[in-house]
Design a protein around this ligand. Sequence first.
Ligand SMILES: [Zn+2]
Length: 285
Amino acid sequence: MEIIIIASFVLGILILHKPVAFLFNKIYIKQQFRKFLSSETFYHSVVSSHVKYYNRLGLEDQRKFLFRTFLFKKAKRFHYIEVQESAEMPILVSAVAVQLTFGLEKFMLNYFSDIFILRDDYHYGFYSRPFMGHVDQSGIYLSWDNFIKGLSGQMPDCNIGLHEMGHALAYVNFITATEEDKNFIKEFPKFSKVAKPIFSGMQLGNKNLLGDYAATNYHEFWAVAVEMFFESPVRFKHELPELYQSMTRVLNQDPLSALKGKLTIIRRSAERETEGNNSKKKAII
Ligand SMILES: [Zn+2]
């Protein structure tokens, strides 16, 4: 008898685990959204004065962008190394992560709890050249000096924030497999089908807009492609149209839609496809 009770209890937990977790998450998101509303104006002023991408979004996308930024920032511990901390820093770093994953369902880069902000170029490990940023199992590292130059467009085609978040996104999906996004996982092999021949050509000496650094290894190819996708989408689409298209699919967004004044930058909303009329409320995050 006892065995039957225990077995039914375990079975009940197994069956109810998902809906209960979903319900708790829904309540949590609602609570956080209320908190977010009181700081929305501040978030808007910080993000709109630095992130071009945000300014091109429609109003609905802008709110979703800021709320995701709020959630991302809240979930991370920021460490400041030899740099004066400011209220803008964690918001802008979070905003850049959100930009990259804006078309995806999973955007927390959850393996990484710690983000380290350093003053400028630094030395890491046994490498002789200085680093602008890197990602390893201990966290995401960014040099503030280079991060802000990338955001302001002082270094053309260069955005160290997007570059490192590109590494982090691949890390959580493929290395730790702790936050697998359905679309990203499904589309990445198709992206690689187009990308690998281009990458191999570059290793043999072919030149294109991605530059020599992208030929270092396939991880760098991906991270540089991410930077170029957002920083120079017109040139990217013109020079490497097939690769550009596969980037729009793997990230489920097209930066050129915003330039053309379309309502949303997202290619297709998974929620809208599956949830039908409930989509409006769900679209908050
Ligand atoms: Zn890199």
